[in-house]
Design a protein around this ligand. Sequence first.
Ligand SMILES: *Cc1c(COP(=O)(O)O)cnc(C)c1O
Length: 241
Amino acid sequence: MAEFTPDTQRINTTLENYKRVKEQVSEAAVKAGRDENDVRLMCVTKTVEAQYINPVLDEGADLIGENRVQEYLGKKDLLHLDGVERHLIGHLQTNKVRQIVGEVDMIESVDSLKLAKEISKQSEKLGTATNVLVEVNVGREESKSGIYIEQLDELLHQISELSFIKVKGLMTIPPICDENEVRKYFWEVHKSFVDFKEKNIDNIDMKILSMGMSGDYEAAVLEGSNIVRVGSAIFGARKYF
Ligand SMILES: *Cc1c(COP(=O)(O)O)cnc(C)c1O
């Protein structure tokens, strides 16, 4: 097989994209009357080869998101991950939990008690607790993972009883829609986030609100997001393999 030579042009474009998106995220934070350091930019690296991810990490990106357990485990050794936080953001099957616990700093896609219990169980075996976000399906879409907003109270209380899993906030992917509508969805999740923060449930530390992707990260920041997960606006359109 021919040796893989990274495309210099693509590396340059990726770096330019990264800097531009980072600037726009800061600007949106300021526009929302917030501190620009309030909002973190996650580089979503799914389907992207390490050769294109590393230049961005070398440029200072400190948070990556991957969707699939197998893909991440297969490429992590090639990545420049010193000082970089790693989040799993894709739907997680219970039978994959054992492989990913301990390999990432946060699992953003917890949407059932069954999954939470398995994460807690596998974390206990490693003698650590795993930080997670609970995923909310704000648009009540059949095609999406996540729980409905009205199920949050029960699930958060149930998870709070588990010793080796710590809820740090909420994550959501809204329906594809226009800017006005998407802001309503973000607003709704932010409102729950604030409500649960004020409820001070034992063991639940509501501090991260992960929302906003390539098409809507500015809207998300305006509505209170503090992690935006951006893939294609940085790395270009994804080729699925
Ligand atoms: C792929 C993905 C993203 C990034 O999507 P883009 O539109 O490419 O920015 C963000 N969050 C999740 C959960 C994803 O699966």
